[in-house]
Structures are given as C-alpha cells and as structure tokens.
Design a binder for this molecule. Structure first.
Ligand code: CO
Length: 167
C-alpha cells in the first residue's frame, strides 16, 4: 500500500464526471488499498477515486455508527432510496479549512459492487448518509462548496472543533 496525493480544489480532475469501473482486477484493488491508507493518514471520513486523480466510479467511507469504525468500499454506486433530511456542517479533504452547511437526506440506501464485482446494498444514517452523498457528488465532479447553503464562520468553526474534541 502507498499513500496518494489528494488533489485540491482548482485541479481540473475534481470537476470531471468519473467513468464506470469495468475491470475488477489487481489494479482496482491496489487503488482501493492506497485510498484506504491515504484516508487513514488524512483522518477523513470518506475519499473518492477522482480525489486521487483516478476518474473511476469508486469511493470509500468509514462508517463510525457501530462500536468499531468500519471501512466500506463502493464501486459503481447508485442511490436507490433516501429518507428524511439533515442540515449540518460538511468538509472535504480537497477543500482544506472550509466548512459549509449542506442539506442531505438523513438516511441513504446505496446499491454498488464490491472490489470483486459482486452487487450489494448498504444503508447509512446521519454522518454516514452524508458521506455517501458527498462521495457520490465527487464522482459527478461536484464539490460541496457548490451546493452549500452557506459557509461556517471562524467562530462557528472554532466551536465545531471544540465539540469534536469532547466527543
Ligand atoms: Co470530499
């Protein structure tokens, strides 16, 4: 495994629509393993392939809703069901130090393929549902700052950091 460079806003790759994954081979597995290591190092919640310059429909999310954090991999993902609404802060490894208020569904069900090509469905609520939507947006070339209702002020950012420390 190796870490890859996370592209920052302004890089044209982040604006492109990613293509379907057709080969579930060693190359894909290496990409996913590298993305995992890159996400670990960056302490993020999710990472999409275009963020490391690979324009393929794949992303990973760490689900923190259970007792242990669980890494989930999604290839060729599609939202099949959504429910409710959440309005809350959202950030992105490609837009460091910017946080925005983004409206997302409260619960999201996704159909996708795993790294071997097998289809599965997975559901996420709260932060995990938010991450699913955020990463799917990356595959369409959309960054959260384009859909944010507004951005957090320095003060709000400070209190968000404080509340995270206390979690
Ligand atoms: Co992002």
């Amino acid at each position: 495994m190796a870490t890859r460079t996370i592209l920052k806003k302004g890089d044209p790759s982040l604006k492109k629509v990613s293509r379907e994954v057709k080969d579930f081979n060693e190359r894909l597995h290496r990409l996913l393993d590298d993305m995992r290591e890159t996400l670990d190092k960056a302490s993020g919640v999710g990472l999409a392939a275009p963020q490391v310059g690979v324009l393929r429909r794949a992303f990973i999310v760490i689900d923190y809703s259970g007792e242990e954090p669980k890494l989930m991999e999604f290839i060729n993902p599609e939202i099949v069901e959504t429910e409710g609404e959440q309005i809350g802060p959202e950030g992105c490894l490609s837009l460091p130090n910017i946080w925005g208020i983004v409206t997302r569904p409260e619960r999201v069900k996704i159909k996708a393929q795993d790294r071997y090509g097998a289809y599965f469905e997975a559901e996420g609520c709260g932060l995990t549902a938010r991450a699913f939507c955020h990463e799917l947006d990356h595959l369409q070339g959309v960054l959260f700052d384009e859909i944010a209702d507004r951005f957090l002020t320095e003060e709000e950012l400070e209190s968000l950091r404080e509340s995270e420390k206390n979690d």
